[in-house]
Design a protein around this ligand. Structure first.
Ligand SMILES: [Zn+2]
Length: 261
């Protein structure tokens, strides 16, 4: 069985072609659709057997290649413990340390507001199936670290305590790191696998019908349970990162190696 590499869209779409009869392709090419959406598969012919497609897909692929962006002070935590999800208590302790000069009342307000809106994130880890976006577009996870810390700092700015742009304090604390992981489907929930299958079908249709204008979907994966360190197959530290919080300027980290490189 294979690991699905979403980046290799020619290969994955050719494999999808082998699962689907040419009649389905003929039917959808006559439909006049301008785009084939993943969140509404009503463009598929009524007799399309999605259960069989799912079965064939899971017979061929045992998991998917994913990339996680982070900025750890010490990557050993990941390499030893794997992905343990959002540790909010730890993030709050770091937040209180970095912003110890800000009066308690403002920090407490930020913590109460953010904790309430992000309760369901404990244990979740976010991945993209292509590391390029994490470096060239959504570079903030690499530069500023966890989303939870980022939103806590943004909340302080919103309280208008001063003109300081508080998120900037998170820069340069850890080492920007991309972690590559091959995640077995048994570690993901069924809803996530269905989402992946829906996007595989829409990419397959868009590629075949609108070949020259085809842009692969940006695929995200959310693991909702702890993932063992055995899923990690590589890590590296980008040298230039797009900073969406600094007018899209490119950021060059001070450190591009770690003790585990
Ligand atoms: Zn390293």
């Amino acid at each position: 069985m294979k690991i699905l590499d979403w980046r290799n869209h020619n290969q994955r779409i050719n494999i999808t072609n082998s699962f689907i009869s040419s009649k389905v392709l003929r039917d959808i090419s006559c439909s006049g659709a301008e785009y084939f959406y993943a969140d509404d598969l009503s463009w598929l012919p009524n007799d399309f057997d999605k259960i069989l497609f799912r079965k064939n897909f899971l017979k061929l692929y045992k998991g998917i290649k994913c990339f996680h962006a982070c900025s750890p002070v010490n990557i050993d935590n990941y390499l030893i413990n794997g992905f343990t999800g959002g540790n909010h208590e730890k993030a709050i302790a770091i937040f209180n340390k970095i912003f110890s000069d800000i009066p308690d009342e403002y920090r407490k307000k930020a913590i109460v507001e953010i904790s309430r809106s992000r309760e369901d994130e404990a244990l979740k880890t976010f991945f993209l199936c292509d590391s390029k976006c994490l470096i060239n577009k959504d570079g903030h996870y690499l530069i500023y670290g966890s989303e939870y810390l980022i939103v806590l700092a943004a909340n302080l700015s919103a309280q208008k305590i001063s003109t300081e742009y508080f998120r900037q304090r998170l820069k340069g604390i850890g080492i920007p790191t991309i972690i590559e992981a091959d995640i077995d489907f048994s570690l993901l929930d069924n809803k996530q696998i269905d989402y992946l299958i829906d996007y595989s079908l829409s990419d397959w249709a868009n590629y075949n019908i609108f070949n020259s204008q085809f842009t692969p979907s940006e695929m995200s994966i959310i693991a909702k349970q702890k993932l063992p360190s055995s899923v990690i197959i590589n890590h590296w530290h980008p040298e230039k990162i797009h900073d969406p919080f600094n007018w899209g300027k490119w950021y060059s980290p001070d450190k591009t190696t770690c003790s585990s490189c």
